[in-house]
Design a protein around this ligand. Sequence first.
Ligand SMILES: Nc1nc2c(c(=O)[nH]1)N[C@H]1C(S)=C(S)[C@@H](COP(=O)(O)O)O[C@H]1N2
Ligand SMILES: [Mo]
Length: 458
Amino acid sequence: MTQSDQAEMGPSKPTREPHAAADSTATAGNSTRRQFLKSGTGALAAAAGAGAGVVQAETSPLPIPPTNKQLGRGVVTTAYGMPSKFEADVIRRNVEWLTPDTMASISFTPLQDLHGIVTPAGVHFERHHAGAVDVDPAEHVLAIHGMVDRPMKFTVDDLKRMPSHTAFHFLECPANGAMEWRGVQMESVQFTHGMIACSEWTGVRLSTLMELVGVDPASTWFYAEGADGAGLQRSVPLPGAKDQFGKPLSDFDQNNIHKDVMVCYAQNGEALRAENGYPIRLLVPGCEANMSIKWLRRLKFADKPLVTYQETRHYTEVTNDGKIRQFSLVNEASSVITYPSPGHALSGPGFHEIRGLAWSGRGKITGVDVSIDGGRNWETASLVEPVMNKCLTRFTFPFNWDGAEHLIMSRAIDETGYVQPTLTQLREARGTNTIYHKNSIQAWHIAETGEVSNVQVS
Ligand SMILES: Nc1nc2c(c(=O)[nH]1)N[C@H]1C(S)=C(S)[C@@H](COP(=O)(O)O)O[C@H]1N2
Ligand SMILES: [Mo]
């Protein structure tokens, strides 16, 4: 019987070997051990050697748990699987005072409890302007018209027959961090940064659809509209785009935004969730999520922006000199430490892996620095593969906590060389009126008790 057979069939012997987490290093040859110590996790081994940290010496045999002595539940064949009952706390949450009702509301992703880069659909934040709707895929139609040779209508099945495209991308509401902008310090990364999620998306590339309908080369914008009560509508720039006053958008906006745009029908291997736009949504990777229109029903090609309610009343930024920053579409590079973060408490001095997420709407993350002394010194964190375009990137940093107070923070750098700003730098550039696009460095305070809290560091 192989080891894996045994694992599937349960233990053949009633007693088990004691669990010694450091076993692998103890039995490894000297050179491997030396290599291991030199690597990032060397700090863990060093901490264990010093008798501090997460690795406890364990010599007595493990007691046999009741689960070893009985049959488990049978296989459930009809229900959609749910997380373990011990994970019941890992849920979306909202902030009651933030919105007057649940139709125009926000729920936040529990970033403090997630691992890796994929957000399970069941905890993907939700933002609706007029409530979520149930759209029947058999009835739903997407119209593509305007400056095109052949206006066309597509059923959901039509879209699924076409050449498909799959990519991992994050989706971030530009109001992520808005409460912090206003000086309200929320004691959870779920509320400071939880209007972000990252999924594997599948659908049809915009370029495929553009080719099919024959978009007029003079078209420099398209509008997208949703089938919900808000009929949410946004303009998305194409190469050559100018604002309504004839001023060209930045080179980046003109040349890069449209490239990754897709009409999605799937999220993390299954159909989109109703709350995320079932049966189809637009995805404008790297741009403020308001543009990723859910329950998508119309794309209209044009040669100017529509300047919709969503582009005037909302999603514009009043700067300090009273001027409006309009079409500030791209989510500039940002990052945040998710462990440890407010609500967590370090269980004791010794090794703790600092973990976090970094992202950029301009492309790939190329580096993340971590400071454990309030920004005086910075060290390079490890980026966890895969590192992808306009996608969340996980970073890790070995931290040997000495039991003293610390201010921990992270700083992201993207492939354009852009460095995540401090709050002071961001305020200097944008003023104090806006609530959008707060991508400044976030600091968490670790107290001597191990408790973690939110602090604003300029
Ligand atoms: N049709 C429609 N699309 C929409 C919205 C909406 O209310 N209606 N909300 C927008 C906003 S403001 C955001 S942040 C994202 C949120 O996407 P999610 O709910 O899938 O997280 O969807 C965008 N697309
Ligand atoms: Mo949003």
